[in-house]
Design a protein around this ligand. Structure first.
Ligand SMILES: [Zn+2]
Length: 340
């Protein structure tokens, strides 16, 4: 329920390869999909390159110009998701609405609620709003929780997904809000249950492994364990959203060699299913895999469950380092499950 295919040559490269195991997906176009025309154009671009029968669930991004009218027109053009990435929190997010401006966009959220659209949020605060100082990456998700609680309780009927959650505090928040009757859920990637901050950065906060660098950044071991528990919990508000985000090797590594920060995003789609299966198996919860992977997400979105099946086998394979110049997550490592 969360993937990046990009657009143009990158999409042509990765879409056939990454969509093959899926009947549908929520592809986020971020800044280049902000209104109805973009939805139509991007949907067409995806359908041209995806396998027959593939169902993209389209989104628009909440940007400064977004109005209730734009939301309605986009809905009529096929958008079902309003994606909110507060400015500067992730790749291609500089036009995103600031958390501080949330209330200005209440008419937009009210429109989304009345249409039954999903509001899908990258909950991170970059600045400490009292001091104006930048918040270290480890604490940005936690700092945004107050805004999540406010939005969910002000709009109890609005379907809100906390995307790619990374902290034990966020796991707990989703659980509590759900328990209060709010219409909330969380997506979990396949990489956050296996990575911690030290797999990405050194003690000074410098990125030492650009291939593991994504936003929100992987947190501490206690957070990783909480995410794993949520993933295998069998609770309907925790479901799969891989956030696979391809970048050419240049953006991931060479920039780092030049002293610039690498692009955030992990190209995980080729290994997501085997990797999730490893996690579920280690947690003794293989029986919960199907619900997490294929049932709870579509149920929350209100779309029909896939009638197709996918066969996997327990057989070790080595993940290739790259695909068409795009480094693959866990490249060179062995995984014990594969798609048959
Ligand atoms: Zn994403």
């Amino acid at each position: 329920m969360h993937i990046h295919f990009r657009t143009g040559p990158m999409l042509i490269n990765v879409l056939p390869f990454t969509s093959i195991a899926f009947q549908g997906a929520v592809p986020f176009g971020n800044t280049f999909v902000t209104e109805a025309d973009d939805v139509v154009r991007y949907r067409r671009e995806i359908l041209v390159h995806a396998h027959k029968g593939f169902n993209p669930i389209m989104s628009i991004m909440l940007v400064n110009k977004t109005t209730p009218e734009i939301v309605e027109e986009s809905f009529l053009a096929g958008a079902r998701v309003l994606k909110w990435i507060p400015g500067g929190t992730s790749t291609n997010s500089k036009d995103g609405v600031s958390l501080l401006d949330m209330k200005k966009y209440y008419p937009v959220f009210a429109k989304a609620e009345s249409l039954g659209m999903i509001v899908s949020v990258h909950w991170e605060a970059i600045l400490n709003f009292a001091s104006g100082k930048e918040i270290p990456m480890l604490y940005r998700e936690e700092a945004a929780i107050q805004f999540f609680v406010q939005l969910a309780t002000d709009f109890p009927g609005l379907k809100i997904v906390a995307e790619h959650i990374t902290t034990k505090e966020m796991v707990k928040t989703v659980e509590i809000l759900y328990g209060m009757g709010c219409n909330v859920a969380a997506t979990i990637t396949s990489h956050h249950p296996v990575l911690t901050y030290s797999d990405v950065c050194d003690a000074d906060g410098n990125v030492i492994n650009p291939l593991n660098y994504c936003l929100p950044i992987a947190k501490l071991d206690q957070d990783r364990l909480a995410i794993r528990k949520a993933m295998v919990s069998g609770k309907p508000y925790n479901f799969y959203g891989g956030d696979s985000a391809p970048h050419p090797i240049f953006w991931k590594s060479l920039k780092l060699l030049k002293g610039k920060s690498p692009r955030a995003g992990i190209f995980s789609a080729p290994v997501e299913i085997p990797q999730q299966l490893e996690t579920f198996e280690k947690e003794g919860a293989l029986d919960k895999f199907e619900d997490f992977h294929s049932v709870f997400g579509p149920q929350f979105y209100g779309i029909p469950l896939s009638q197709e099946t996918l066969t996997v086998k327990k057989e070790t394979w080595r993940v290739p380092y790259e695909y068409e110049g795009i480094p693959i997550f866990r490249g060179g490592e062995e995984l014990s499950w594969q798609i048959a």
